[in-house]
Write a protein that binds this ligand. Structure first.
Ligand code: 8DG
Ligand code: MG
Ligand code: MG
Length: 149
C-alpha cells in the first residue's frame, strides 16, 4: 500500500526513567481533538545511531541529558486516520537521567503542553496510539529486557 507516494519513516521514542516514573507530554495536534500523552522522541536523521537520536530529541524537547540508552522494542504502525497518512517504524528505547536533579523544560511549547513524570502503573489517558497498545499487552518499560545499542 502506498499513500500518495509516501514512504515509511523511522522514529526513536524514549522512556526516560526517573525512579518508578517516566516522562510523558500531551501532544498538541493540528487536527484538534484530545491531545494524547506521548513520549519524547522524533525522527531518525541520516547517519544517526538510535542512541544519538534519543539523546538529541530528548535534549531538544525537554532539555534533559540522558544516559545508559538501551533498545527495548519496536512497533510498525500505519497512521491512516491522520490528515496526512503516515507509516512509522518506531524504536522504543529506555534511558536514565544523567543528573537526577535535572527538571524537564517544555522547549517546544507549540508541539507539547508540557512534561510530567508519571508512574507506569497509573498512566494518564488518552495515550498515543502505539503506547496504548503496548500498555495493553502488559508491557512494562522498567522490567522489559533491554539491549545495548
Ligand atoms: P523532528 O521533526 O524533530 O525530527 O521530529 P519530531 O517533530 O520530534 O517528531 P515526533 O512527531 O515527535 O515523532 C516522530 C514520530 O514518531 C511521530 O510522528 C510518530 C512516532 N511516534 C510513535 N510513538 C510516539 C511517541 O510516543 N511519541 C512521539 N513523540 N512520537 C511517537 O510511534
Ligand atoms: Mg523533536
Ligand atoms: Mg518529538
Amino acid at each position: 500500500t502506498t499513500a500518495g507516494g509516501a514512504t515509511p519513516r523511522v522514529a526513536v521514542v524514549v522512556f526516560v526513567a526517573n525512579g518508578q516514573t517516566i516522562l510523558l507530554g500531551r501532544r498538541r495536534s493540528s487536527s484538534g481533538g484530545c491531545s494524547p500523552f506521548a513520549l519524547p522522541g522524533g525522527h531518525l536523521e541520516f547517519g544517526e545511531s538510535f542512541e544519538e537520536c534519543a539523546m538529541r530529541e530528548v535534549k531538544e524537547e525537554t532539555g534533559l541529558d540522558i544516559e545508559k540508552t538501551e533498545y527495548i522494542t519496536v512497533t510498525n504502525n500505519l497512521f491512516l486516520d491522520k490528515p496526512k497518512p503516515s507509516h512509522y517504524v518506531t524504536i522504543f528505547v529506555r534511558a536514565v537521567l544523567a543528573d537526577e536533579q535535572q527538571e524537564p523544560q517544555n522547549l517546544e511549547p507549540e508541539k507539547c503542553e508540557g512534561w510530567e513524570w508519571h508512574s507506569w502503573d497509573d498512566l494518564p489517558r488518552p495515550l498515543y496510539g502505539n503506547l496504548e497498545k503496548l500498555a495493553k499487552t502488559g508491557f512494562n518499560p522498567f522490567t522489559a529486557h533491554g539491549m545495548s545499542i
